[in-house]
Ligand binder design. Structure first.
Ligand SMILES: [Zn+2]
Ligand SMILES: [Zn+2]
Length: 250
């Protein structure tokens, strides 16, 4: 599988980092993990047709993870040439409350966000498809926020979405091929609903992921030596600081 970072930033505008969005390419399927503002345009920028996306998985309803569903769905309604309808089925999954969230979006935008061949669902604990299996886990962020464990091509990827530290994160992260974990703020700005470098160290003391992608970075993270801080504490893990449009082979 290949992961492309579409947005490594947060809700706060940053000239180098867009809001959360990741493209995961499997052999036969294209998946979006979150759809924060700018995601649709970034797909275009890397030459991926938005009509080619098969699945979108949403972690929680904050706008920096969902706002681009609006332009994405609007565009999906009017593929070129305009009278044609979307040919490929798109499934959009989110946590508990997602169907109501989408209904509210439809109350605002009506048919403009109601394209042909798109299904919106709340995900259960586990979803199995021909090409991959995905499991959810509860995160410490909002009432309904979740993260995803995705299994495909004999590899495992974990995407935490936004979360504060919780003990089970070590179990979920253990032995994964790629752990995409948020590291939003430096320790001195620590919030309960986001991870800081010392939270990461706690997770990694008890788990052994092969690669760790550090993402959802507020601007103040650019002022600290994150890699130095982590490498001093944990030596065997490969750390990557996310940048927009970065590609990672899983
Ligand atoms: Zn966020
Ligand atoms: Zn959030």
């Amino acid at each position: 599988m290949k992961l492309t970072v579409l947005g490594s930033g947060t809700c706060v505008p940053n000239k180098n980092r867009g809001s959360s969005g990741y493209l995961l390419e499997l052999k036969d399927k294209k998946i979006l993990l979150d759809c924060g503002n700018g995601t649709t345009w970034k797909l275009e920028k890397i030459g991926i047709d938005y009509l080619d996306i098969d699945y979108i998985f949403i972690t929680h309803f904050h706008p920096d993870h969902t706002a681009d569903l609006i332009p994405f769905l609007f565009a999906t309604r009017y593929p070129y040439p305009y009278k044609e309808k979307r040919a490929k089925k798109l499934m959009i999954y989110g946590p508990k409350g997602f169907t109501k969230f989408y209904k509210n979006m439809q109350n605002l935008y009506g048919d403009w966000v109601t394209p042909h061949n798109v299904e919106v669902k709340e995900i259960d604990k586990k979803l199995q498809t021909e090409n991959f299996t995905i499991k959810t886990f509860k995160t410490v962020h909002t009432e309904n926020s979740i993260g995803y464990e995705l299994f495909s091509e004999k590899k495992k990827l974990v995407y935490t979405g936004d979360t504060g530290y919780f003990e089970e994160l070590s179990v979920i992260s253990d032995n994964v091929d790629l752990l995409v974990i948020e590291c939003a703020l430096p320790d001195k700005e620590k919030m309960k609903i986001h991870c800081s470098p010392s939270d990461l160290i706690k997770v990694l003391k008890k788990s052994n992921p092969k690669k760790v992608l550090l993402t959802h970075l507020y601007s103040s993270m650019d002022n600290i030596d994150l890699l130095g801080l982590l490498k001093n504490k944990i030596d065997e893990t490969e750390f990557i600081i996310a940048e927009d449009l970065m590609e990672i082979d899983v």
